[in-house]
Design a binder for this molecule. Structure first.
Ligand code: KG4
Ligand code: ZN
Length: 355
């Protein structure tokens, strides 16, 4: 990448403040988000969602998402600053999701962040969305310090990680095929439930019992996951019942699926913490908003004598508070991005932070 003379001189003059004020911007999928943190204290969290519009199409349409971000990004940043009672010039840095996600959607937030940072002479921080999900735990427990084990379960990733330090983690296990969120979304489609799939399955599951035997997804030993077999088992169960003209309870299917999908997550997270001799399990990602999983995690961690750090549900699904939280980590590591920073549709789990 070409060397870029990044910022006006006043960035260098700012020095590094004791308690940084970071603006986070997130636009990787269908939600335009901005938030301000002061250290680990969350001052504001604004979200403008296009989920209702996307629901008409049964999923996220990239072009619809990009247009919605274009409409919303300036408004959402204004809202976040106003709610925080902070003026742009008071900020220490602008942190923005540069990937992974929908390229057009990412570019809206990223372009805005670059222009905003440049106009105010602020440093820009490139945040990997998934690291944002992991950093949500720092807001949930401002005293949280590595090392700890993180359970990550989102629409694109499912993994158990050993967070060694603020900027370094080891992947202990990850999914070999579908991510947990993807499995929820596919199960929702099989059951004819509306987008977004995860919350729809959770709602229906409350009316059923987990009484249908479905395969556990232990892909061999270690801490890896596999969700494609579970999805196929749900599909086969429903098809077989329908072909035979037998009645079945969709709520029981949802409940059984949810139980199978979540119990492996909780078991693996606890086993990983024990293996590392860690006393704390943190969690992040959209699937962690699932109430059944949260209860299971609380139960399993309590039984194993582990402390559980669970971000509130709204900080598990996509939000900018987590981007600002990871921004703070990168700010303290003095890891700033050049204004030539580009969006990135795919970022492999475990790639080192963008320089
Ligand atoms: O973390 P996230 O918001 O976006 C990604 O970075 O992927 O995760 C979205 C995923 C979707 O697959 C969605 O169905 C799932 O998280 N999800 C849930 C729940 N809320 C969102 N899955 C199960 N139960 C929920 N309540
Ligand atoms: Zn996400």
């Amino acid at each position: 990448m070409a060397q870029y003379r990044p910022y006006p001189a006043r960035v260098q003059e700012r020095g590094y403040r004791q308690t940084p004020l970071i603006l986070g911007i997130e636009s990787s999928c269908d939600e335009t988000c901005a938030a301000v943190v002061c250290g680990r204290r969350l001052l504001s969290n604004a979200v403008i969602s296009s989920a209702a519009e996307q629901a008409k199409y049964g999923g996220v349409v990239p072009e619809v998402a990009s247009r919605a971000h274009t409409d919303a990004v300036e408004r959402v940043v204004r809202e976040a600053l106003a709610e925080a009672g902070v003026r742009g010039e008071q900020l220490s840095a602008v942190a923005v999701t540069y990937g992974a996600g929908l390229l057009g959607a990412l570019l809206v937030g990223l372009s805005f962040a670059k222009a905003y940072a440049y106009s105010l002479g602020l440093p820009l921080i490139a945040v990997d969305h998934i690291r944002g999900h992991m950093a949500a735990a720092y807001l949930a427990d401002p005293a949280l310090e590595p090392p700890f084990v993180t359970l990550l379960a989102s629409g694109g990733h499912t993994a158990v990680l050993y967070t060694k330090s603020y900027t370094d983690f080891e992947i202990m296990g990850s999914t070999r095929d579908d991510a947990a969120g993807e499995a929820f979304d596919k199960a929702a489609r099989i059951l004819g439930l509306p987008y977004p799939g995860g919350p729809s399955v959770e709602r229906l599951a409350r009316e059923g019992e987990p009484n249908i035997p479905l395969p556990k997804m232990f892909a061999g030993g270690g801490y890896d996951f596999s969700y494609s077999g579970l999805k196929t088992a749900v599909l086969n169960y429903c098809h077989n019942k329908e072909q035979r003209g037998e009645a079945y309870s969709r709520a029981d299917v949802a409940s059984s699926f949810q139980h199978a999908a979540c119990s492996v997550l909780a078991e693996r997270a606890v086993a990983a913490a024990k293996a590392k001799g860690c006393r704390t399990v943190a969690a992040g990602g959209g699937v962690i908003a699932n109430g059944y999983l949260r209860e299971l995690l609380a139960k399993e961690c309590a039984r194993a004598g582990l402390r559980l750090v669970l971000p509130e549900k709204k900080y598990c699904t996509d939000n900018a508070a987590m981007i600002a939280a990871e921004g703070l980590v990168q700010y303290r590591a003095k890891n700033f991005a050049p204004l030539t920073l580009n969006a990135c549709a795919h970022i492999p789990l475990g790639r080192k932070g963008k320089q």
